[in-house]
Design a protein around this ligand. Structure first.
Ligand code: SF4
Length: 76
């Protein structure tokens, strides 16, 4: 039997009902208080582009899984 991957629910894509304060967030997740970084395009609504996420974007190597630091901004 062939599986339809589009209907598969991956944890790293699942939307969040609220900020996961101090917890791990995947780049493609998102919650209702998402606030885009200045460099984000309007359609880029995901933790990876959120001001409150810490993916070590200013370090040499970014993290695959970030940390939600809401309400403390990590990057503008
Ligand atoms: S990083 Fe931003 S979008 Fe992701 S859970 Fe935290 S506040 Fe919400």
């Amino acid at each position: 039997m062939r599986k339809d991957m589009r209907s598969h629910c991956f944890a790293e894509d699942s939307p969040l009902k609220e900020p996961r304060v101090g917890g791990s967030v995947w780049p493609r997740q998102c919650c209702p208080v998402f606030t885009p970084r200045a460099a984000a395009l309007p359609e880029e609504r995901a933790c990876w582009y959120c001001k409150y996420a810490d993916f070590h974007l200013k370090e040499r190597t970014s993290l695959d899984v970030g940390i939600c630091c809401w309400p403390k901004k990590q990057i503008d």
